[in-house]
Ligand binder design. Structure first.
Ligand code: NAD
Length: 512
């Protein structure tokens, strides 16, 4: 493992963009107004790379959530937004995209400060977020209804209408991007949004809300409630006045939200976890398979729902393949996200680092072999910040917890197979079904295997590329519904059937 030098840059400069309360805390955002929490409470954020507390953020209470819901309800029921001409909504979304691009460097710095990821990853996230707004700006103005050939003199067609007030709860691994995947389609379709960012990473969503307001988003159409899930998040999920809840996060929280949402039978979309298989056949292009196996698990330090966290490799090449992976994993430059040389940053929080370390302990106790890593880095990085070095376990069995459970860190579990049928069986032996990949030079086999994977997002000879245009979501316990693409737009609409009687005369069914 190679360590990057600690940077000397101005790591807090991006904080100047955030609105503050009278006591200096970062303010929450209630339908167009920045405010303190109703009880004045605030949460301290800790830099994942240095352990330094650097800012306090107003912590939304249940009363703040109730206020946001009342504002949103009024904005949807009485405001102009749901009926705004689609082209005007599109113009606004494009303006928000331009504002993101214009501030890309500071947004990336804010993400790196807040969640620790290397700047080059954060820069991708910001560009992706801007493009997501642009994609949905385009989609807003496209045709969405259908017409039906029904018996004359009737005519039948559908229109898509916004669902209403949408509660949107997102995690900490892609703070800006996860927020935008929800906000962009929801706003494009004319909904009103209340966003609950992770309590660890609320900053970029709060700045985005400010830019959206400056771009002309009407009062009340967006609120951002930083704060604890069981308080602000639960208030959204439980409210009888919220029409839809869209959640990205862990399976247990998703289950809690489903139960809470049952009260008024909310529409729900859930993007949950994964333990995704990356299947490598002996005939795969060697350099490509090695490269994507590393990228699949160590991008964002493994804190990716779709991470290729199970490497399922053909037995005849397994030893050589793992030896090369270990050699390359040891070369990954671990360090502070602000250091130019850094390839892998810290984990988001001490809590997440502890969780990953616990899984490493479990893996050893279960009898898996630690092929590399498994520790904090030596020296300064091991003492300050939530760093764990790239880790690989071999000699695993399908029943081991490190093979079955989502670790959400830089820990790869290697499994081996002897034929295609076993590869597919191992790949599908999981309660999750989010993503998966296959590496082979045999095109027919690649397609056969991919079609057998019980997963929503798949790659052939690649891992991780994600497109705003294509649907994102999982089978099995990885979730309900799809984000992105036309699917993501439709998930924020109700379908109304409209039937027109073109012969305006009585039916005569009952005699006069
Ligand atoms: P989490 O479930 O702990 O929290 C996610 C969000 O839910 C946070 O904003 C949190 O405050 C909120 N929350 C917590 N308890 C709540 C409650 N009772 N009611 C309402 N809201 C509540 O997840 P996390 O640790 O922030 O994120 C990691 C998880 O997210 C992983 O399991 C990962 O796989 C998943 N994830 C999935 C995707 C995807 O697209 N499928 C993307 C990113 C992350």
């Amino acid at each position: 493992m190679i360590q990057a030098e600690r940077p000397t840059s101005q790591r807090h400069a991006s904080l100047r963009h955030l609105e503050r309360t009278s006591t200096g805390d970062v303010a929450l955002f209630l339908g167009g107004t920045f405010a303190a929490a109703s009880d004045g409470g605030a949460r301290e954020l800790v830099d994942p790379a240095t352990d330094d507390a650097y800012v306090k953020v107003a912590e939304a209470t249940a009363a703040d959530a109730a206020r946001a819901i009342a504002i949103a309800r009024q904005a949807f029921d009485e405001g102009p937004w749901p009926e705004t001409f689609a082209l005007d909504r599109a113009r606004l979304l494009n303006k928000i995209a331009d504002a993101l691009d214009a501030n890309a460097a500071d947004f990336a710095a804010m993400e790196t400060l807040n969640c620790g990821k290397p700047l080059r990853e954060a820069e991708y996230d910001v560009a992706d977020a801007a493009n997501c707004f642009r994609y949905y700006a385009g989609l807003a103005t496209k045709p969405h209804g259908q017409t039906f050939d029904v018996p004359a003199p009737s005519q039948s067609f559908t229109v898509r209408e916004p669902i209403g007030v949408c509660g949107q709860i997102v995690p900490w691994n892609y703070p800006l991007l996860m927020a935008v995947w929800k906000l962009a389609p929801a706003l494009a379709a004319g909904n009103v949004c209340i966003l609950k960012p992770s309590e660890y990473t609320p900053l970029s969503a709060l700045w985005l809300a400010k830019l959206a307001t400056e771009a002309g988003l009407p009062q009340g159409v967006l609120s951002v409630l930083p704060g604890a899930g069981p308080v602000a998040g639960a208030a959204l999920a439980e409210s009888m006045l919220v029409d839809k809840i869209a959640f990205t996060g862990s399976v247990p929280t998703g289950q809690t939200i489903m139960r809470a949402a049952a009260g008024n039978v909310k529409k729900i979309s859930l993007e949950l976890g994964g333990k995704s298989p990356n299947v490598v056949f002996a005939d795969a292009n060697w350099a490509t398979a090695i490269d994507y196996a590393l990228f699949g698990i160590y991008a964002n330090a493994g804190q990716v729902c779709s991470a290729g966290s199970r490497l399922i490799v053909e037995r005849e090449i397994a030893e050589r393949f793992v030896a090369e992976l270990v050699r390359r994993a040891r070369k990954i430059v671990v360090g502070d996200g602000f250091a130019a040389a850094t390839e892998m940053g810290p984990l988001v929080s001490a809590r997440q680092r502890d969780r990953v370390e616990e899984y490493i302990r479990i893996g050893r106790a279960e009898g898996a072999t630690l092929a590399c890593g498994g520790t904090r880095p030596p020296g300064d990085l091991g003492e300050r910040g939530n760093f764990i070095v790239p880790t690989i376990f071999t000699d695993t069995t399908p029943a081991m917890r490190i093979v079955r459970e989502e670790i959400f860190g830089p820990v790869l579990a290697v499994q081996t197979f002897i034929d295609e049928a076993e590869a597919v069986r191992l790949a599908n032996d999981s309660p999750y079904g989010l993503a998966g990949a296959v590496f082979t030079s045999d095109a027919a086999r690649a397609h056969r295997v991919i079609r057998k994977l019980r997963a929503g997002i798949t790659w052939i000879n690649a891992y991780h590329p994600t497109y705003n245009e294509a649907p994102w979501g999982g089978y099995k316990q990885s979730g309900i519904g799809r984000e992105l693409g036309t699917y993501g737009f439709e998930a924020y609409t109700e379908v109304k059937q409209i039937n027109v009687n073109l012969a305006v005369e009585p039916s005569g069914w009952f005699k006069d």
